[in-house]
Ligand binder design. Structure first.
Ligand code: SF4
Length: 698
């Protein structure tokens, strides 16, 4: 018989940054199915993850009781996951015992070794309120700014460039503005896979006459319907973009009024691109000079041109330079500050924008207010009633190095899985294993949990209420649809209980009280009340006063920098940190695939998604595969200077020859064991998109 839901709960999708609104259909505390809702980003559309990726919440692997590491279970960075032998490593504990051990040990480390001996990783999978309380716990309970999250691994370089050039790290225009643009450039992004509903709006725009230019070393699905596809060589973004700017300058396609009235630094940029003619750059980037000229003219002269980018731009040691070039393109042509124009770094996780806004970053208090600004610090000291550290803390990868150096001794990780997601994961695992005390709060026994001393069972997305901010700067309400299993608790409860054991006097009775505190310390969302979110479901910031409708398009008259003007920052070519050589002749590119999300802890425990993509795969150009004597389905071993994995080869000609793409979601072939931890010096983002490898059959 057909099972009929007894409850419908409106919420948002837990996966990517598009932020599709959906409805959970529930019966007997179980989600039966999900429907798309008429939200501003999706208008009832959902992708395969949003529609089918919900049953992880009911998976038997859910953590349902606090766990404490057994005294005789040593930690080792080269552990092998064995779910059947978990209780050899951990024992069950009461909440009181687990919280007392976690809070007591972290307090002891702080009091013995100093405030900078502790660090925390928060989560872009949690709500704004959870992110806010997490960073507040680290800043007021640990006493330092050693707090970060996965933005460091995705768009930190984009944000660094945007803050520097424009004064705001968020997007200028919503995705939906592609339907108003004459020209859309999608560069270093594969929205069909990573932001699928956003891709459908791009496709709609193309059908209505928008000219789409796709620039990417990997030929994405969108490239098939593009007006021009520029398959530039991996790692040559700056060469290609500077060549386009060279054309715009030389053919006087600039918006002189915009440059004169709204920007600074143009002369330096103009001088810098002088040496980047299309003829000189064509052999470097692999795009012929005529095509570079054509696309530059197309972008500069249209009535409205928009740029969307992803981690193909940001995850390089020159990621900030890549983003600087995109910003400069928009500024020199005045393609910003109007509907159907602008700059849109597509956010990866559903709340990476909100977690960053809420201050889960080591150099900023909430709302991007710098920790080393004395006036800002004084404001937060008054709001939180405690002295605060005025020096920026360590970032994700820096924390791993600081553990090895003995500087960081204890950590609290909520909903992140650095044992899978950090670059050079063997090093990251060794670092986590070297901690004196590691507390992990999660819904599954992740690879990072294997290295924990205390594991706190948390709530899954549909088990709690909170606000989430999507890639469009839209704050949306996620609502509780089901109860957590067993003794698992809501994350806000866990945060508050741990805070109390660190000596903090917290007493939030409801999530709305946290949001209310946030909006009084964060001017951008000052006008958004909890009641309004309940009523309207979503409000876009900046929204500085109650009654303010919110601004989907910003920078119309001014930029949020002291001068009100945006700044050009020139960029030069910096090669990847590790180039192919005779020992490691190929290039590794990592990323996501449609059916799985990040480290796979949720989607690989979702029946439909796991059935669609059950095994670890590497996408290899058919000629490269044939060249090594292999065929599709063969087992191959990929090796870099840092590690190796074994997985299945899939013939795929979307990658250029010599470049192999591997998703990072498979624990049995954890590809981040191979990636390079070299950092962009500004955004401190690792170079996930380029390292040298070799491949062998078997
Ligand atoms: Fe969820 Fe993103 Fe898919 Fe929308 S596009 S349903 S937010 S994963």
């Amino acid at each position: 018989a057909l099972t009929v839901p007894d409850k419908k709960v409106d919420s948002v999708c837990p996966y990517c940054g598009v932020g599709c609104q959906l409805t959970y259909n529930v019966k007997d505390n179980k989600i039966l199915f999900v429907e798309g809702r008429d939200g501003p980003a999706n208008h009832e559309r959902l992708c395969v993850k949003g529609r089918y990726g919900f049953d992880y919440a009911h998976h038997p692997h859910r953590l349902t009781v606090p766990l404490i590491r057994r005294a005789d279970a040593p930690k080792s960075g080269d552990f092998v996951m064995d779910p059947d032998r978990v209780m050899d490593v951990f024992r069950e504990a009461t909440w009181e015992e687990a919280l007392a051990l976690a809070g007591g040990t972290l307090s002891n480390i702080r009091d013995t070794h100093g405030k900078k001996s502790l660090a925390g990783f928060g989560s872009a999978k949690g709500s704004n309120e959870e992110a806010y309380l997490f960073q507040k716990l680290v800043r007021t309970g640990f006493g330092s700014n050693n707090v970060d999250h996965c933005t460091r691994l995705c768009h930190a370089s984009s944000v660094a460039a945007l803050l520097e050039g424009i004064g705001s790290g968020a997007v200028s225009n919503p995705v939906m503005d592609v339907t108003k643009a004459e020209v859309v450039i999608v560069i270093g992004a594969n929205p069909t896979v990573n932001h699928p509903v956003a891709a459908t709006w791009i496709k709609n725009a193309v059908k209505n006459g928008t000219k789409l230019v796709v620039c990417d070393p990997r030929r994405s699905d969108l490239a098939r319907m593009s007006h021009r596809y520029l398959q530039f060589k991996p790692d040559t973004d700056v060469a290609m973009l500077n060549a386009m700017m060279h054309v715009i300058v030389h053919e006087n396609l600039v918006d002189a009024d915009f440059i004169a009235s709204r920007t600074i630094g143009y002369d330096e940029l103009k001088q810098n691109v002088e040496g980047y003619s299309p003829e000189l750059m064509a052999p470097i980037c692999g795009i012929d000079a005529d095509t570079l000229r054509y696309v530059a003219r197309l972008y500069a002269t249209s009535k409205g041109s928009m740029i969307l980018w992803g981690m193909g731009i940001s995850q390089h040691i020159h990621g900030t330079d890549n983003a600087r070039c995109l910003i400069a393109l928009a500024l020199m042509t005045g393609q910003i500050g109007r509907p159907g124009t602008g700059l849109h770094p597509l956010r990866g996780q559903n709340n990476v924008q909100g977690a960053s806004d809420a201050g889960l970053i080591p150099m900023m208090f909430p709302d991007y207010q710098r920790v080393d600004n004395p006036a800002v610090r004084a404001k937060f000291e008054a709001a939180w009633n405690t002295p605060l550290d005025g020096t920026p803390g360590l970032t994700v990868v820096e924390i791993m190095h600081a553990i090895k150096a003995g500087q960081i001794r204890g950590m609290y990780i909520m909903g992140e899985n650095p044992a899978m997601s950090d670059p050079d994961a063997n090093h990251a695992r060794e670092s986590l294993a070297a901690l004196e005390h590691l507390v992990v709060q999660d819904i599954f026994l992740t690879e990072t949990c294997y290295l924990a001393d205390v594991i706190l069972p948390a709530s899954a997305f549909p088990e709690k209420t909170g606000s989430f901010t999507n890639t469009d700067r839209t704050v949306q309400m996620g609502r509780q649809a089901i109860d957590p299993p067993g003794q698992a608790k809501q994350d806000l409860w866990i945060l508050q209980e741990l805070a109390r054991r660190l000596g903090l006097d917290w007493n939030y009775q409801h999530v709305s009280e946290v949001f209310d505190e946030m909006r009084h310390t964060m001017p951008s969302i000052g006008g958004i009340t909890w009641d309004r979110l309940e009523r309207e479901h979503s409000v876009t910031y900046p929204c500085v006063a109650e009654g303010d409708p919110g601004d989907p398009v910003v920078f119309i008259e001014t930029f949020p920098r002291d001068s009100g003007r945006a700044r050009f920052v020139p960029a030069d070519i910096i090669p990847a940190d590790e180039r192919p050589d005779t020992a490691y002749p190929l290039v590794l590119i990592t990323g996501r695939q449609l059916e799985h999300w990040h480290t796979g802890s949720m989607t690989r425990r979702t029946a439909v998604l796991d059935a669609l993509e059950p095994d670890p795969v590497a996408l290899v150009h058919p000629l490269d595969l044939a060249g090594m004597g292999g065929k599709p389905g063969d087992v191959i071993t990929i090796e870099s200077r840092r590690g190796k994995v074994t997985l299945y080869a899939r013939a795929d000609d979307s990658s250029p020859r010599g470049a192999i793409f591997v998703p990072f979601c498979y624990y049995e072939a954890a590809i981040n064991k191979l990636t390079n931890a070299a950092l962009d010096p500004f955004g401190k983002i690792p170079e996930f998109k380029y390292c040298a490898i070799r491949v062998a059959l078997g």
